[in-house]
Ligand binder design. Structure first.
Ligand SMILES: Cc1cc2nc3c(=O)[nH]c(=O)nc-3n(C[C@H](O)[C@H](O)[C@H](O)COP(=O)(O)O)c2cc1C
Length: 179
């Protein structure tokens, strides 16, 4: 069972990248996660796509096609997706739609207590329209209490994430419901 992952924050001190590092260091048995490089992926542009899908986007599709699911770590911006996260989702929704039949979920880490309720709600609403095995997102709030020296150290959060990833992995491997 292999998942691919990326972080939707560009910030060097990103709390979401810290959450991702902690998740990768504490994976449930039988799950491997490969980080994909999204730094070269351009903003979606129909002209670019028509001229030939950029190599960075083809690499993204190849990585997703070879995986069982996509585990996205992302901040919430203005109660929704940051552009960087949404851009990857937009490219994945385009041919060859490598995400079809794969699992897809988010882990959202925020400074406030709402733990990304806005982006998680958007995600649940929108992903029902695609042939992906959507799995409701995990929200981690109040990160100020959970990080030390830029690393996620909260044992309860790390354990919750581990269980969440195990459940997500099982969901990825389950048969998709018939249309
Ligand atoms: C443009 C912008 C919009 C934001 N909107 C939200 C929001 O809607 N909800 C929230 O919890 N935090 C919001 N924040 C605060 C981010 O959650 C916070 O900056 C967080 O640390 C960003 O994630 P990172 O640490 O992984 O970069 C916003 C930050 C920015 C820059």
């Amino acid at each position: 069972m292999n998942l691919v992952t990326f972080c939707g924050s560009l910030r060097s001190g990103s709390a979401n990248a810290a959450t991702m590092r902690a998740a990768l260091a504490n994976l449930p048995d039988g799950v491997t996660v490969t980080e994909i490089d999204i730094s070269e992926i351009p903003f979606y542009d129909g002209d670019l796509e028509e001229a030939g899908v950029p190599a960075s986007v083809t690499a993204l599709h190849d990585a997703v096609a070879a995986a069982d699911g996509v585990l996205i770590f992302t901040p919430e911006y203005n109660a929704s997706y940051p552009a960087r996260t949404k851009n990857v989702i937009d490219w994945l929704s385009r041919p060859p739609r490598s995400w079809e039949g794969r699992g897809l979920t988010l882990v959202v880490t925020t400074p406030g207590g709402r733990a990304g309720a806005g982006i998680r709600g958007h995600f649940d609403l929108v992903m029902g329209h695609f042939k992906v095995k959507h799995f409701p997102a995990l929200g981690i709030g109040a990160y100020g209490d959970k990080l030390e020296d830029g690393e996620m150290i909260d044992a309860e959060t790390i354990e919750t994430m581990k269980s969440f990833i195990a459940e997500f992995a099982a969901h990825c491997l389950a048969e998709a419901p018939a249309d």
